[in-house]
Design a protein around this ligand. Structure first.
Ligand code: NAP
Ligand code: MG
Length: 464
C-alpha cells in the first residue's frame, strides 16, 4: 500500500488545502513508512459538502442496490485481504497472523453482515393506523481510533451506507494508510461519488472540525472517554445525534465451579491479543480466594508463552508505550505484586511493553480502575459471589466482560447482574451480529447487527 498524498472527496483523490503532513511510523522498528496530508477545517468542509450533495441520491437508492454495493465492497476486502493485513501490521505493529485473522478477517464478516441486512431489513412498519418509515439520518461524521483500524471504520461505514446515509471519515492519525486502502476499496466497489469521503488529519483539528460541522447530522465516535465526552457535549449543544464507543475496564469473573486453567488461559490470551490495545479486553481477572494462588501461577505460566516481537507486537506509538509503562510503575508503587513482566522496555527498538501480570491487586488501585490499554492483567481476589459482583461493577466503565462456571446457567445468572454491554459465557464466540457497546461511561449507542443499523435511522410516522 503506497500512501496517497491526497484526500478522497467526492469520488476523487484531491490534494489537501494546506501543506502539512503526518508521518506514519512503523512501531516495531520506529521507521517512517509514509506521509499523508494533515487535513484542516477547509478539507472537512469540502468533504461534508460532497457527502451532502450525494445524500439525496443514495438515500433514494433501493436497499437492494445499496446491499449490492456493500457486497461488492466486501468482495474487494476479500480480494485485498493480504494487503490489508500487511498495512495494519506496518502501521499498528500487530503480528501478521493476528492482522490476517482479526484486522483483515473481521471487517469482511461485518461488511458481509450489512450487505445481508441492507437487503432484508424492514425500513417500513405498520403500527395500528400508522405507517412508520425508517429513514437515513443524513450525513455521518465518523471518527475512529487506531487499535482496530479497519474494523472500526467498517463498523460505522457499512451500517451507515446500508441505512442510506453518506459518510465523512476522520481516521486516527497513527493508522491513516488502512483508511486510504479502505477508500480505494470503496472506489473499486463502485459506490457512487460522495457517498464515502476520507479526510486524514489530527483529532483536535480535522476531528473537531468534523464534529462541529453544521452539515453533519450524526457523529459516530470511537476512542477515549475524555475525547468522547467533549464530542458528546459538542453534539448535544447542536442537537445532533451522537454515538460513542469509549473505554472499558472489563472483568473476567471466574466462579469456583469453572475450569480454572481454561478460564485463566483464555483470559490471558484475551488481554495479550493486539498488545492489550482492545477496549473490550478483560483486564481484571476475578478469582475466588481458595483458588487464588493457583490462578496466579497459571497466569504467570500462560503469559510466559507470549514472546515479545513474535506473539506480542509493540504498542502503537511512543506515547502509548510510556503511558502503559507509567501504569505498571504505578501498580508497583501502590503495592500490587508483579508476577510477570514489569516497566522495563523488553527490546531496544520498537515501542514494546513486557507482557505483565499483577497479583494482589485491590479494587481501589489505579491499575484496577483506569484503562491501561496495554498487555497488563490484574488479578483480584473475592470471597463470595456478591463481592465478585461488587468488584466487577465497581468502575465507571461497562463495556464487556466474561463469566466462567461449570454450567452456562450459573454463568448467565451472574452475567445478568453485571452492569456491562457484552458478556462472553464460558469463552463465547465472536458474533458479528451481536450488539456491541457500553453501559455507564463506556458509551452511548450500539454497533454491529441490526442494533448498529438502527443508529443510522430516524423514524417518520404517517397516520391514516
Ligand atoms: P483519542 O484521542 O480518543 O482518539 C480517537 C480518535 O479521536 C482519533 O481519530 C483522534 O485523532 C480523534 N480525536 C482526538 N481528539 C479529538 C478532538 N478534540 N475532536 C475530535 N476528534 C478527536 O484516543 P488516543 O489518544 O488515540 O488514545 C488514548 C487512550 O484512549 C488510549 O490509551 C485508550 O485508553 C483509549 N482508546 C480507546 C479506544 C476504544 O476503542 N475504546 C480506542 C483508542 C484509544 P488523533 O488520532 O489525531 O488523535
Ligand atoms: Mg489522540
Amino acid at each position: 500500500m503506497k500512501a496517497h498524498d491526497a484526500m478522497y472527496i467526492g469520488g476523487q483523490w484531491r490534494p489537501a488545502v494546506g501543506q502539512d503532513t503526518i508521518a506514519v511510523v512503523n512501531p516495531a522498528d520506529e521507521q517512517v513508512i509514509g506521509h499523508v496530508p494533515a487535513g484542516t477545517a477547509e478539507d472537512v468542509d469540502a468533504a461534508v459538502r460532497a457527502a451532502r450533495d450525494a445524500f439525496p441520491g443514495w438515500a433514494a437508492t433501493a436497499p437492494a442496490e445499496r446491499a449490492a454495493r456493500i457486497a461488492a465492497l466486501r468482495d474487494v476486502l476479500v480480494a485485498r485481504k493480504d494487503e490489508i493485513a500487511e498495512t495494519v501490521t506496518a502501521e499498528l505493529g500487530a503480528p501478521l497472523g493476528f492482522s490476517q485473522a482479526v484486522h483483515a478477517g473481521v471487517p469482511i464478516l461485518v461488511a458481509g453482515s450489512y450487505a445481508e441486512l441492507a437487503a432484508t431489513y424492514s425500513f417500513e412498519e405498520k403500527v395500528g393506523n400508522s405507517t412508520v418509515f425508517l429513514e437515513p439520518v443524513g450525513v455521518v461524521g465518523a471518527i475512529t481510533p487506531w487499535n482496530y483500524p479497519l474494523h472500526q471504520i467498517v463498523a460505522k461505514v457499512a451500517p451507515a451506507l446500508a441505512a442510506g446515509c453518506t459518510v465523512v471519515l476522520k481516521p486516527a492519525e497513527d493508522t491513516p494508510l488502512t483508511a486510504q486502502l479502505f477508500a480505494e476499496a470503496v472506489e473499486e466497489a463502485g459506490i457512487p461519488a460522495g457517498v464515502f469521503n476520507l479526510v486524514t488529519g489530527l483529532g483536535p483539528v480535522a476531528g473537531q472540525a468534523l464534529a462541529e460541522h453544521e452539515g453533519v447530522d450524526l457523529v459516530s465516535f470511537t476512542g477515549s472517554t475524555a475525547v468522547g465526552k467533549q464530542i458528546g457535549a459538542t453534539a448535544g449543544a447542536a442537537v445532533k445525534r451522537v454515538a460513542l464507543e469509549l473505554g472499558g475496564k472489563s472483568a473476567n469473573v471466574i466462579l469456583p465451579s469453572a475450569d480454572l486453567a481454561k478460564a485463566v488461559n483464555v483470559g490471558v490470551a484475551n488481554v495479550m491479543g493486539n498488545s492489550g490495545q482492545t477496549c473490550s479486553a478483560w483486564t481484571r481477572m476475578l478469582v475466588h480466594e481458595d483458588q487464588y494462588d493457583e490462578a496466579v501461577a497459571l497466569a504467570a505460566a500462560a503469559v510466559a508463552k507470549y514472546t515479545v516481537g513474535e506473539r506480542v507486537g509493540p504498542l502503537v506509538n511512543a506515547k502509548q508505550q510510556a503511558r502503559v509503562r507509567g501504569y505498571i510503575e504505578k501498580g508497583v508503587e501502590e503495592g500490587a505484586r508483579l508476577v510477570a513482566g514489569g516497566p522495563d522496555a523488553p527490546l531496544d527498538t520498537g515501542y514494546y511493553v513486557a507482557p505483565t501480570v499483577f497479583a494482589d491487586v485491590t479494587p481501589d488501585m489505579t491499575i484496577a480502575r483506569e484503562e491501561i490499554f496495554g498487555p497488563v492483567v490484574s488479578i483480584l481476589k473475592y470471597a463470595d459471589e456478591d463481592e465478585a459482583l461488587r468488584i466487577a461493577n465497581g468502575t465507571v466503565y461497562g463495556l464487556a466482560g466474561a463469566v466462567w462456571a461449570a454450567d452456562d446457567a450459573q454463568a448467565v445468572a451472574f452475567a445478568r447482574r453485571m452492569d456491562t454491554g457484552q458478556v462472553d459465557i464460558n469463552g463465547g464466540r465472536f458474533n458479528p451480529l451481536a450488539p456491541f457497546g457500553g453501559y455507564k461511561q463506556s458509551g452511548v449507542g450500539r454497533e454491529l447487527g441490526s442494533h448498529g443499523l438502527s443508529e443510522y435511522l430516524q423514524t417518520k410516522s404517517l397516520q391514516f
